[in-house]
Design a binder for this molecule. Structure first.
Ligand SMILES: NC(=O)C1=CN([C@@H]2O[C@H](COP(=O)(O)OP(=O)(O)OC[C@H]3O[C@@H](n4cnc5c(N)ncnc54)[C@H](O)[C@@H]3O)[C@@H](O)[C@H]2O)[C@@H](O)CC1
Ligand SMILES: Nc1ncnc2c1ncn2[C@@H]1O[C@H](COP(=O)(O)OP(=O)(O)O)[C@@H](O)[C@H]1O
Ligand SMILES: [K+]
Length: 517
């Protein structure tokens, strides 16, 4: 079931759940070197770990090792020699002549006792036979341009031959910071990485190229991870209960329905289903009280669906202002199922002016496409914007995919002053608050979600989950992250054939499992 599988999925995230960019990784490495760790010993540890991984998964199999020009290639030489010594048939193809290697990679290359073959078309064709086992040690975190020439030919040959690829650190061709494919990229069955996961292992399409992940800690420890992240860039982590469980609301004996949070959903007549789904989700995640404010003609639909909610008519914009005079309302959702027009814009602005935490979703986001600045209320991290890619592009047209999803969400959070949930199979949650220790902001990447969530109304459920947690006074970044996690767990639990209506009904079971942790 979902929550158990998530526990299993959380294991390979290495020491802690940090995710380091290439620059942070290099800073972590420097920290180790300053504390007496030898760089060649680190490379030997990496290469031997790769050899161990291959020997464990494919005992006795012949293997082709492809070595690039830098330290990733260095890891490859060490792995190749370790496998050769264990008696495996190893064919090694190197992108450079041996005399071109420098530093630790040169030392590792000198230790290779087998035949030196150039990585060229002829050798590739001979060595990479159908179903070959290939260790990809071409490029790791040092990839700085698109693959071409022999490296691109190696990717093509492995693909043509249906080779089983084990990637060293990164599948070559995938940017470790963005997860984007640079020209061409290996499609690995498994990736063995060092220290911590990199954003490119989690973000699409990199996640699909990396396959199953194994993180080998080597000498990296908490202090070097912290030093790495403090060197610059965001504090990126995998989204999971560790990031928010301490502030997940739990009802107590002294609670009553109002103290558990009074959530307000602004519903629409045109697409009432969105508000109904969101309301259901907010209640299932624990909001004690839920009011829907919607055009009078839609109210019977809400009431028939859910006898436990309160429905109030919303005719003129002032009605919302009046409803918000009720100080017990502790969070508001606006935009789900609403048309992106001037009326919706006014509703969003009125909701924001109410001073309560607000989730702005769907039409509430697109309504600001031609004036995004009007939506950006700086200093309001309790405002959560939940765009999918299309909505994001309308609000932040200059933050294009080439920046990578983690950086895009982080920059959007800084610009808007709001908590950002950039949705997808690799949903990223970004906090606008800068940390005191020089780390430029917190970012969580949701590792995986059920593709069955790609169905109409699923985003409305997510918005309702965020609302329900905000209403219970969970801090916005944690509420958004927990909602994304519950949503993806609900997707796994409901499984094939799920419709959005199923998702809120999965929440109590998942919540129960969390309580047991
Ligand atoms: N940083 C660490 O903490 C550790 C790093 N190790 C290994 O070292 C790797 C990083 O090594 P490097 O910094 O040398 O980087 P890489 O070996 O990933 O690649 C850099 C080299 O490739 C060249 N290059 C980059 N893109 C290219 C392209 N598209 N076509 C042709 N050449 C290209 C660069 O000019 C440079 O020579 C890691 O990925 C990992 O495998 C491990 O040995 C142990 C720990
Ligand atoms: N392929 C996918 N795999 C996993 N999750 C997905 C996938 N596609 C969409 N989702 C998730 O489903 C939800 C869809 O939201 P959204 O696009 O707003 O749809 P709607 O407005 O129809 O509810 C988001 O939470 C998103 O992260
Ligand atoms: K690689």
């Amino acid at each position: 079931m979902a929550a158990t599988s998530t526990t299993a999925k959380a294991d390979p995230s290495g020491p802690g759940d940090r995710v380091l960019t290439a620059a942070q990784m290099r800073a972590a490495e420097q920290h180790l070197f300053q504390h007496g760790v030898d760089s060649f010993a680190l490379m030997c540890g990496a290469g031997e770990a790769v050899a161990g991984h291959v020997a464990r998964h494919w005992p006795g199999r012949d293997v082709v090792v492809l070595c690039g020009p830098g330290n990733n290639g260095g890891d490859g030489f060490i792995a190749a020699e370790a496998l050769r010594r264990q008696g495996c048939g190893v064919t090694l193809l190197a992108l450079r002549p041996i005399e071109a290697y420098r530093g630790d990679a040169a030392r590792a290359a000198a230790g290779w006792q087998g035949q030196w073959l150039a990585l060229d078309a002829a050798n590739l064709e001979t060595a990479v036979q159908p179903n070959a086992l290939v260790v990809d040690a071409l490029f790791g975190i040092g990839l700085d341009r698109s693959l071409d020439g022999a490296a691109a030919a190696a990717v093509n040959r492995c693909r043509e031959a249906g080779a089983m690829v084990v990637a060293v650190d990164m599948p070559s061709g995938v940017s470790s910071d963005t997860g984007l494919v640079m020209g061409a990229a290996m499609l690995a069955r498994q990736t063995v990485t060092f220290g911590w996961l990199k954003p490119g292992h989690l973000l699409l399409p990199g996640r699909l190229h990396a396959g199953a992940l194994e993180v080998v800690p080597l000498a990296f420890d908490e202090a070097s991870g912290r030093a790495g992240q403090q060197a610059g860039g965001p504090d990126i982590r995998c989204n999971g209960p560790a990031s928010w469980i301490l502030c997940l609301p739990r009802p107590g004996a002294m609670d009553h329905k109002y103290s558990r949070g009074h959530a307000l959903v602004i519903g629409s007549a045109a697409m009432s289903g969105a508000g109904r789904l969101a309301a259901r989700a907010a209640r299932r995640i624990g909001a004690g009280m839920l009011t829907v404010a919607a055009p009078a003609e839609a109210l019977p639909l809400f009431m028939a669906d859910q006898p436990g909610l309160i429905a109030r008519p919303l005719g003129r914009p002032e009605d919302l202002v009046e409803i918000l005079l009720d100080s017990r309302i502790s969070a508001v959702l606006v935009g789900s199922g609403m048309t992106p027009d001037a009326g919706t814009r006014e509703a969003v602005l009125n909701a924001l002016a109410g001073g309560r935490p607000v989730v702005v979703d769907g039409g509430g986001l697109t309504a600001f496409a031609d004036r995004p600045q009007d939506l950006f209320v700086l200093g309001r991290p309790d405002v959560v914007l939940t765009p999918h890619e299309g909505e994001f592009a309308r609000l932040f047209p200059d933050l294009g995919p080439e920046l990578g999803k983690a950086a895009r969400a982080q920059q959007a959070a800084q610009r808007s002053g709001a908590t950002i949930v950039l949705k997808g199979s690799d949903t990223v949650i970004a906090c606008p608050i800068l940390r005191h220790d020089g780390v430029s902001g917190r970012v969580l990447v949701n590792r995986e979600a059920s593709p069955h969530l790609a169905t109409a109304g699923s985003g409305d459920v997510l918005a309702g989950l965020v609302l329900g947690l905000l209403a219970q006074r969970m801090p916005a970044f944690e509420a958004a992250a927990a909602a994304v996690w519950f949503h993806s767990e609900a997707g796994f639990a409901a499984g094939p054939g799920l419709i959005a209506e199923d998702l809120p009904e999965q929440i109590p079971g998942i919540r129960r499992l969390i309580a047991e942790v």
